[in-house]
Write a protein that binds this ligand. Sequence first.
Ligand code: CP
Ligand code: NVA
Length: 328
Amino acid sequence: MPGTAEPTGGAHATTPATTRHYLTVASLTPDEFARLISLARRMKANPAPWRDAIPAGKLALLFDKPSTRTRVSFEAAGVNLGMHPMMLRPDELQIGRGEPPQDTARVLSRMVDAIAWRTFSQAKMEAFAAYATIPVINALTDEHHPCQALADLMTIEESVGSLAGRRLAYVGDGNNVAHSLIEAAALAGMDLALATPEGYEPDATILSMARARAAETGGSIEVVRAPNEAVRGADAVYTDVWTSMGEEQEREARLRAFQGYVVTPRLMELAAPEAIFLHCLPAHRGEEVEESVIEGRWSRVWDEAENRLWTEQAVLYALITGDWSGER
Ligand code: CP
Ligand code: NVA
């Protein structure tokens, strides 16, 4: 139901203690992360029991940046659950004319059951969510892409098997996708090695918090310079674009900095014999990945993209109903 609970936490409206957002992977416990993947896998294997699980629910989708997978997966997942998704562009909303995000959060909380938002600033996302009394889901910021990481680890589990102790390599930019992957690997007890050029390392705070978490789960997070070093023996090799949305003015400098960080067949041959290749997409063939890798025997990118649908559905169901186990 749209949030009408009394706010907690002082003079300003804040999220009630019973409402959960999904703004970063690190906001989940290892058990919650595993439950969401398990729920998504059960929804994929047998979709029928979740059809119309949230009848006449309302889902607001706010996208300040372009999107194919995230936008369509949220709409499709909402429809699967019996919800009515509303795709809202900022230029159609007063937020695009300067209405404070906190006001938009409070108004939408009175009308809909969940909000997914793709925007630039993580701080703005967190300020918005603090004023929402319904679940807010981060559909990508410059710092995090938590929905992507769920689909990524679901795909690894489907293709390779149980996650704990698996070796994951990330080659390229220490960006939003890398940050969420770092946090996810830590929760799942995986050994993640990232190879990034100098100056493009992941955020130091995200890294140190994830390392502390990995110390509890038996995982590890390592940052190295050489792609060979990260990829050797890996069960999965991951890359993302060199120039993310909002960084277009840096493109030329980035093209120079990332030479040598291309995922090639030769690099994939250093990974484990059955290793898989993942990419959040959209991909730039001939930049971060060669055509023969993304179209080759290693690639699981289409399964990974499909899994956005099932993980989005699991997140919506768990956050809106409060039922994370989804026994049906
Ligand atoms: N991977 C991903 O989030 O893709 P979109 O930008 O198309 O949503
Ligand atoms: N790092 C990319 C991911 C796109 C899904 C970006 O932010 O543009």
